[in-house]
Write a protein that binds this ligand. Structure first.
Ligand SMILES: NC(=O)c1ccc[n+]([C@@H]2O[C@H](COP(=O)([O-])OP(=O)(O)OC[C@H]3O[C@@H](n4cnc5c(N)ncnc54)[C@H](OP(=O)(O)O)[C@@H]3O)[C@@H](O)[C@H]2O)c1
Length: 286
């Protein structure tokens, strides 16, 4: 149940983020204002789109957010917003995931260990769309880049950071961001579709490996068509006003991050179809 503040409004803390406050009227899960207090959450692609909204949302619920993304200025803007509106301790990690490798993973592991001691959640959100082109004409550089950013980087990051997620003393959350074309690949979606199919594969393999031995809850989450720059790139003629905003999906993310349970482990979620915790098995926090 959401906690109530003295004014009786369980969503009052969201007012500094008006779009989130507005969207939260329709949320299927409303966590307590301090649901992520003292938890550390790493979000890739935290400078724009869904990742940006998620970073602000997590900080508003008390999380220390590790903001990873390509463009430093965007991360700094999120960092400043969090500093202005919350008492949490964010850090920024500007880096190009296309070039992420073992040494970057080790450095990030050590930095998070020094600053926070452990990691409660890792959200693989950053992606590139690549080219919407038939395979017969697909540009090699776009292919390589999409597979590196969308699939290989989540592998390197996960492998490097899992040890920090296994020492939290409670369930931690590992979320892979999927797509409709991962679950049903379609013509012309090229490397994006292939990279997301592979990402779902990584998620499934890892979930099976960790099922009996780990506190880490592994899930995949398909946001579905959402009002962001990536969606506009993919569907330039579409009216964005017909799409949900990232803020509309934050209930599902908050549920997975604040109330991770064994029953979620290995599940594939779709933000647009999710009916709320009661439709997803046990929703009790651990
Ligand atoms: N929007 C949709 O309709 C939709 C539908 C299904 C699935 N998804 C998935 O949802 C996730 C978020 O999508 P979105 O629509 O929010 O995308 P977006 O607005 O394009 O944002 C993508 C984010 O990824 C970061 N990124 C891209 N390349 C990077 C790199 N080489 N290194 C580090 N960071 C990089 C970007 O950083 P910069 O800002 O610095 O460039 C940006 O913050 C993606 O995984 C996407 O596949 C989206």
């Amino acid at each position: 149940m959401p906690s109530k503040n003295s004014a009786g409004d369980s969503r009052a803390h969201l007012r500094v983020f008006p779009e989130l406050h507005q969207s939260s009227r329709g949320w299927r899960f409303v966590p307590a204002a301090d649901a992520l207090k003292d938890r550390t959450v790493l979000i890739t692609g935290a400078g724009a789109g869904i990742g940006l909204t998620l970073a602000k949302t997590c900080a508003l619920h008390g999380a220390n957010v590790v903001l990873l993304g390509k463009t430093r200025a965007r991360l700094e803007a999120v960092f400043d917003w969090i500093g202005e509106h919350t008492h949490t301790r964010p850090v920024i990690v500007p880096c190009d995931l296309a070039a992420f490798a073992d040494e970057n993973g080790q450095a990030l592991h050590d930095a998070i260990a020094d600053e926070y001691g452990s990691l409660d959640a890792l959200v693989h959100n950053a992606s590139v769309l690549g080219s919407i082109t038939p395979i017969a004409h697909y540009p090699s550089s776009a292919w390589e880049n999409a597979l590196r950013v969308n699939t290989s980087a989540p592998f390197y990051l996960t492998r490097a950071l899992l040890p920090l997620m296994e020492v939290t003393g409670r369930h931690s959350s590992l979320i892979f961001t999927s797509s409709g074309v991962a679950r049903q690949p379609r013509a012309f979606w090229g490397a994006y579709a292939v990279s997301k199919v592979a990402l779902e594969g990584l998620c499934t393999v890892l979930a099976e490996e960790l099922a009996q031995t780990s506190n880490v809850i592994v899930t995949s989450l398909n946001p579905g068509g959402t009002r962001t720059v990536m969606r506009r790139e993919a569907y330039p003629a579409e009216d964005p006003n017909t799409l949900p905003m990232p803020e509309d999906h934050m209930d599902l993310y908050l549920w997975l991050l604040s109330a991770a349970t064994r029953t979620q482990h290995g599940q594939r979620f779709s933000a647009r179809e999710w009916q709320g915790p009661s439709q997803s098995g046990d929703s009790s926090a651990v």
